[in-house]
Design a protein. Structure first.
Length: 515
């Protein structure tokens, strides 16, 4: 866009409807938060303990670890962003979840701006903004208490700055690099977006200037400064982690041929399109992906290509990283939501601009389907991401209240079967959050040694009459370890009652020989 003032004028002129759409997006993202419908598992409890340490003065330079890659960590920015909200909430994870929902809702503005800078039509921009506001996937990312959730807005912001840069505004190369660096702090796997970024650079005459590329690199390094500091501080363990990733590749992917990789890729893209546009059908998502991509390529081959025709390449450029762990990354396409809703919004406008009622009907159907999924799924937390569904804050607090109620104000102990196996970090955090504040005392611990684990502050005591065995949703926990723990508990006492809170099972037990 040649004149930035035009963009500011358009946004200012339409600020009221944009704000209304933003407000609707925020409301639907926090709709079930007050009742504790928030997925809260080991990763979230680990981060909460680390934030607690940060607030007590223990400066952090390492971010969350990258699952399955030893020595590789995401950026630490996430901890510093959520720390004030954990402080304000007294450790209650609902408060930082409100903050993340607010940040995610800003994607409405990004979808509007991205669409407008691409085709300069406010109608298309409003369609894109509305689609993102009611996107089921966006509503799920909004309350996802993990570092990756930040990329849902920082990655599309990167592409907005890239477009300004590509249109001759070299100063935006710094902001594009910085936004990309922040995205990498959020999810290091997003490095694969260097592919479309390089394509932007090499296929744009205004783009391809050494000076602007150098400025982009400077901005990028500014965005990843905390990761550089942690690398220096801990002996470049991240580089060894990257080498481990590249040399071992994805063990699952190695056993598959090229066709299998292509199928996985198409499944991932189809699922992401579906969760953003029509979550009722992954097949429908795949059809939308193929249709919008084909239409874009058709215009390219007809030599009518515009920058928006390259959106599909920005949405899903991760094909080449699938053999290196991409098949196992749940958030491999984080940040695609704004790009997808912008692409679909533009295509709807292009195809139906002379049929406004048809366009309105299509948008209404999309909104309705997404609302149905929001109403039926978000009450159970983040259902499309967690491995252990039903492990929500609401269910966990019910477990805590049940154990205290059954103990009747007397001393009791707990043992847990968890993922990761026999690591009590999650339940230690929940009992410290609820038990200490509401009931004035903590239970004892009767499970395996927790030395060195975060949250190891429950005193061990095996000589208590009333004890509870808490069994998390068992997905990913080998059956033999579940049986092993239950057999150990059976040797110590008998089951008085078994009750379920969602998929969390709690056994009230009475120890043998203890008065």
């Amino acid at each position: 866009m040649k004149n930035m003032r035009e963009l500011f004028y358009v946004v200012k002129k339409n600020s009221l409807p944009i704000f209304v759409i933003f407000l609707l997006a925020f409301v639907f993202r926090i709709l079930y938060l007050p009742q504790g419908s928030l997925s809260f598992a080991y990763d979230q409890a680990r981060d909460a303990f680390l934030v607690e340490e940060l607030l007590s003065g223990d400066i952090k330079v390492l971010g969350p670890p990258v699952s399955g890659i030893p020595g590789l960590y995401h950026g630490v920015l996430y901890y510093y962003l959520i720390a004030p909200f954990y402080f304000l909430g007294g450790g209650n994870p609902i408060v930082p979840a409100y903050f993340l929902a607010f940040i995610n809702s800003l994607g409405v503005v990004l979808a509007f701006v991205l669409s407008y800078v691409l085709i300069k039509k406010t109608a298309a921009s409003f369609v894109a903004a509305t689609l993102f506001a009611f996107s089921f996937e966006a509503s799920q990312y909004a309350n996802l208490l993990t570092n990756v959730s930040l990329a849902s807005v920082t990655l599309p912001l990167t592409y907005i700055f890239l477009i300004f840069w590509a249109r001759g505004k070299i100063s935006f190369s710094l902001w594009a690099g910085f936004a990309f660096g922040i995205s990498i702090q959020s999810e290091i796997a997003l490095l694969y977006h260097l592919i479309p970024i390089c394509l932007f650079y090499f296929f744009s005459k205004k783009f391809a200037k050494i000076k602007s590329a150098a400025i982009f690199i400077i901005g990028f390094f500014m965005g990843v400064i905390p990761m550089i500091v942690s690398e220096v501080r801990f002996g470049f363990t991240g580089l060894s982690g990257m080498w481990y990733l590249l040399t071992r590749a994805d063990g699952v992917a190695q056993e598959r041929d090229l066709l299998d990789i292509l199928v996985i890729y198409f499944d991932q893209v189809s699922e992401t399109f579906a969760n953003n546009i029509i979550p009722v059908s992954h097949l429908g998502g795949g059809i939308i992906f193929l249709a919008t991509t084909s239409y874009s390529l058709y215009l390219v081959f007809k030599k009518k290509a515009k920058l928006w025709n390259f959106l599909p390449f920005a949405i899903a450029p991760h094909l080449f990283v699938l053999p290196f762990g991409g098949t196992n990354i749940r958030h491999i396409m984080v940040g695609a939501g704004v790009l997808i809703t912008s692409l679909v919004g533009i295509v709807i406008y292009k195809l139906f601009r002379k049929m406004p009622y048809a366009a309105g009907g299509i948008v209404a159907i999309i909104i309705s389907v997404n609302l149905v999924y929001i109403f039926t799924n978000n009450n159970d937390g983040q259902t499309i991401f967690p491995l252990q569904k039903d492990l929500t804050l609401a269910n966990e607090l019910k477990v805590v209240d049940y154990t205290y109620k059954e103990a009747g104000g007397l001393e009791f102990s707990i043992n847990t079967i968890t993922s990761p196996l026999w690591v009590n970090t999650l339940w230690s955090y929940i009992y410290n959050l609820r038990g200490q504040s509401e009931y004035g005392y903590l239970p004892k611990w009767s499970g395996k040694d927790q030395i060195g684990q975060l949250g190891n502050n429950l005193q061990t005591n095996l000589n208590i009459k009333t004890t509870f065995l808490i069994i998390e949703p068992t997905y990913g926990i080998p059956e033999r370890f579940i049986s092993e723990t239950i057999n150990e508990e059976n040797a110590r006492g008998r089951v008085l009652e078994e009750i379920s809170f969602g998929d969390i099972i709690v056994q009230k037990r009475e120890a043998f020989g203890v008065k």
